[in-house]
Structure formats: C-alpha cells, structure tokens
Unconditional design. Structure first.
Length: 267
C-alpha cells in the first residue's frame, strides 16, 4: 500500500510571508544570498526540491520552523496566530495548533500537578518548556480535578484580584488555544521579560492583543501583544490560609445605594 501523499505549502508560504513583510523578491534574494529568479521559482513551486540550506535560510529569516513552513498553510491562519508565530512561538507542530508543553508523570503515567513556588518563578520563565526543570518542581495530588487537561499551581502576589486573597495558591488549567476563551476569563498569564506571573481577567481580541483586567478597581486594565505571552492557565480553584471577612454593614448600605441609583437612571 502506498503511503498517503502529504500536501506541501512551502511555496505559497514563502510568498505569503514575503508579501506580509512587504518586501520584494529582489530584496529577499539579496538578504538570503540568492537570485531573484530562484526566489520566483520557489514561490511558483517550480523548484520541487530546494536545497537543505534553502529551508534553513528561510526558516532563520522568517523565524518559523521548517516543519511549519512545509506543513501549515499560513494564509489560512488568523492574525492572532500569525502574530504569535512571528514572535517566535512556533506552536504548529506537525500541522496542528497545540503549544509544546513540558509535563511530568507519576509511576502510573498520570500527569502530575506541579507547584511553582515563589523562589522558582524566575527559573520558570526560562525553563517552562524544559522537561527537566518541570520534573524538578514540587508535585501535589489535588482531589476532584477533571481527568482531562493539564493543571499547575501558581502562588499569587499582590492585591489586584481581591477578593481573592493575596498569597493564595491558584490551581489553573493549561489553555492550548487562547482564541477559545470567553471574555474576562480569570487566568494566570506568563509574560515575557517579567519575573512574576500575573493573575488577571483575560480577553483575547481579534486584532492580536490581549486585555488584562484586575478585579480590584484600583488597578487599570492594560493591553499586551499576543507575542509577549508565553503561557495562559485558566483559573480552576484557589486555596488560602486567610479566613474570609464578614460583609460589613457599610458595604451592604453602599451596594443598596448603587442599586437604587441604577434603578432611578433606568426609570
């Protein structure tokens, strides 16, 4: 039985990426040390077997893996995914759309729930996709977790998500496809260039930006580029050593006044 022939998107992808960068065939050829005629032949699909160094050169120039250049039709991806791809987060392994996530398993081959302690936060930024680093994190058994999905525990800092107490341990589920999230989903967000995680309400916009909003109104919402986001973990539960305070009489009065004002405006 003959093996199924897989469609190759290399030619169309090179043209798509070149036009996306708004550079001419002559300019691209000059930067890669090729002739314009060769670039034209590759984009037209007239060169069936480019040299290995050609694949490497295009991959290095566009910062996209050879596997993706060959197997994924980039013209069919949305703007959000393209921005993420161009930022260096090549998540399209074997034509899929799953981010590479390092995990560890127990003796029964079940995924562990790793805990990222405060002292390991800086190391997590560098080793989040390193299986050895992840395997070295503390591991816990958390009851009643769903059987599907990958979970991790992150310590929260600051008061931006009050009433969730500062210092809580956030149990969160890994989100492989951010575009599936509903607006204002509470998440742990791992950002490039930061030594800390952020715990925010997350809204993924169609223009490739991500809105991060605090529950505490003292903190203003802000936008980040999708390419600056390394990982997103959806809130599942939290544990805290603080006992919740009883609702004050003043808070009850203020809420009643607010509701009355809203009713008057509507009337």
């Amino acid at each position: 039985m003959n093996a199924k022939t897989q469609k190759i998107f290399f030619a169309g992808n090179i043209k798509f990426l070149r036009e996306r960068k708004k550079i001419s065939q002559e300019s691209l050829a000059s930067r890669l040390g090729l002739t314009r005629a060769k670039i034209a032949a590759i984009e037209a699909g007239n060169t069936k077997s480019p040299q290995p160094e050609d694949y490497l050169n295009f991959s290095d120039f566009f910062k996209i893996s050879i596997d993706t250049l060959l197997k994924v039709d980039l013209s069919k991806l949305g703007e959000l995914k393209m921005r993420e791809l161009e930022s260096g987060n090549d998540v399209y392994i074997r034509g899929g759309n799953l981010r590479v996530l390092a995990i560890s398993v127990d003796q029964s081959n079940n995924e562990n729930v790793e805990y990222v302690p405060v002292k390991a936060k800086a190391g997590y930024m560098a080793g989040y996709n390193d299986p050895e680093f992840i395997a070295g994190l503390p591991k816990y058994s958390v009851p009643n977790l769903p059987t599907q999905g990958t979970f991790r525990i992150f310590p929260s800092t600051g008061d931006s998500m009050l009433p969730v107490p500062e210092g809580s341990d956030i149990i969160a589920q890994y989100v492989p496809d951010w575009t599936t999230m509903r607006p204002d989903t509470p998440c742990i967000v791992i950002l490039k260039g930061q030594q800390d995680f952020v715990f925010k309400m997350v809204t993924v916009n169609k223009n490739g930006t991500i809105l991060l909003k605090s529950l505490n109104p003292e903190y203003k919402p802000y936008l980040v580029e999708s390419g600056d986001v390394m990982e997103i973990w959806r809130f599942y539960a939290y544990t805290s050593r603080e006992f919740p305070e009883a609702r004050s009489e003043m808070a009850t009065i203020l809420e009643a006044i607010k509701k009355l004002e809203e009713k008057i405006r509507k009337d």
